[in-house]
Design a protein around this ligand. Sequence first.
Ligand code: IPD
Length: 341
Amino acid sequence: MSKNHENDYEYGKIEGCAEIAIRILQGFEKKDKLTLDNVLELLGASEESRSTFAPNVIGEQAPGQDTKIGIGSQYIDIKDCFNLAVNVAREAGAFFLNSWQDNKEVNEIRAHDIKLRLDVQTQELIVSRLGQQYPMIPVFGEEGINDGAKTSEFRWVVDPIDGTVNFAFDIPHACVSIALQKRIENAYGTIMGVVYDPFFDEIWTAAVGFPTQLNGKKIHVSQRAALSETVVSIGFAKLAENLKISMEAMTQLMDKVRKVRILGSAALDLVYVASGRLDAYVEAGVRLWDIAAGGFILEQAGGKFQRSLLPGQEPETYKLLASNGCLDSELRPLLGSRFDD
Ligand code: IPD
């Protein structure tokens, strides 16, 4: 190596690497978490070249991109899981859409809820398809939880028909929701989400290292920061105590936002916020399968997904405040401590 390092190829490489490391570390401070896309952005890659490097899951894998992840003894290929979940969500959506015109057989009916036989049949289809390829990954689903889904290293979180009441009443707003979660110490974190609306043939996808896409095109949350210009969705769950919390939120919000909406599918509410169609979504009483995929898809699209467990209710029941990330200072004081983390 020459003394002043001029024209020194090896030194130039080291200097280049150091510069890249500094840019990544500086960027890390500004970002909540680093994804492959963030790192490429920090390195100055154009949006076009980034999307080539981190392509749509349905497309080709970038050369050299390692998509295997794991802890302990289990390794899975995130890209394989992603493609599988996309195919299974499409098949399940087509399956329940096929029964749209039929008489819908009701399995159970309660004050504010309906469970259809089709919910169970759709979950059976999903469990069987996922299990054919990944028999070691259990399913944590609305219509049944496999043994091991509370302790396994990975698990699928599935809502076969999110928006069942809509479907039962012939309102075409329902979807399939599939998330993949990885165990991290005593909790689970979502690493992949797929939400499919068969009525509009719209599929939202995101995974660690892959940006949120709607039908293969990268999407982002809205930039609306003034509450008065926003459209906010409010969910009304099943228990009286949760309905009361949502009602209070609606009373606070309805004259301060452009419009309040009640759409009836938590997963679609979340991906609509991810797509900028809605600016925020609030509900008390959602279950994990309603929100695991949509919440992750929203975060990967730049949004904020804040949830906390509701004590004294069924396991994995949450209150949540999801938004484009620009509205906290106005939204939080209005909703009060009920929606704090
Ligand atoms: C319901 C829907 C609804 C929400 C309820 C959920 P399901 O899920 O997501 O929008 O308000 O809290 O339980 O029962 O249709 O799968």
